[in-house]
Design a protein around this ligand. Structure first.
Ligand SMILES: C[S@@+](CC[C@H](N)C(=O)[O-])C[C@H]1O[C@@H](n2cnc3c(N)ncnc32)[C@H](O)[C@@H]1O
Length: 218
């Protein structure tokens, strides 16, 4: 009951920020342009927290799943990694590409529309897969809703199953999740698909606790 209430408050807050918030935001010295339909990386804790904990090198080959504004892809790109960024929302892909261009990273970052791994070549393996998934309970009806809702964790479960085919030996997933959606349930789903986990970082806010996980196979 209390969790439901918190989820409703979070959704209300996000939707207000998306509608009335600025279309250009500054995070860690970089500007990201977004539209009402693209997840705003400034006003919800996950995007910046995740970006601050990306630790990749020019040897890494990174997949940014659910790229939104492109913040995680751009952060990894600035560390010299090659990145493919994917989003199901074509509007997000358009803005992520704009943000990649504004950072002069178009030589190392490719942005594409896709439903999880559906548009990727299974021969192309990644050393790091970044994922900031939607996790609230609700039915996605609009483009923006796809950034918020994952009913019954269907997307997350599918992600854990499919990601196994796209990881290089020794590679890992870096994923953020929230207590509001049940970190324990997310980790059980990962374990059922054969993933081991460790914690990279955790932080509490007014509404929830966020944990960044590192998931590996074998
Ligand atoms: C919470 S937002 C995170 C955006 C961005 N990575 C960030 O850190 O700000 C989740 C993103 O996942 C995308 N998404 C949702 N379902 C997807 C799917 N089936 N395939 C690819 N992307 C998806 C949404 O459109 C949204 O941009």
């Amino acid at each position: 009951m209390f969790t439901r209430l918190k989820q409703s408050l979070v959704v209300w807050l996000i939707k207000k920020v998306q509608k009335y918030g600025p279309r250009k935001v500054l995070i860690s010295g970089r500007v990201y342009e977004i539209s009402e339909d693209v997840f705003n990386p400034k006003f919800y804790f996950t995007s910046r927290f995740m970006a601050e904990h990306i630790s990749v090198t020019p040897e890494d080959n990174v997949l940014d799943m659910g790229t939104g504004s492109g913040i995680q892809a751009v952060t990894a790109g600035h560390s010299g990694a090659e990145v493919i960024a994917v989003d199901i929302n074509p509007e997000a892909v358009r803005y992520a590409y704009r943000n990649v261009m504004a950072n002069a990273l178009d030589d190392s970052i490719t942005v594409q529309v896709g439903d999880l791994f559906s548009t990727l070549d299974p021969q192309h393996k990644f050393s790091v897969i970044l994922f900031t998934p939607p996790y609230l309970e609700g039915t996605p009806e609009t483009l923006l809703d796809k950034a918020l809702y994952d009913p019954d964790k269907d997307l997350l479960i599918r992600f854990f199953k499919e990601a196994k085919e796209y990881l290089r030996p020794g590679g890992y997933i870096q994923m953020i999740y929230s207590s509001i959606a049940g970190n324990g349930k997310a980790i059980s789903a990962a374990e059922q698909s054969g993933w081991n986990h460790s914690i990279i970082a955790r932080a509490k806010t007014l509404t929830e606790e966020f944990i960044i996980y590192r998931l590996t196979l074998g």
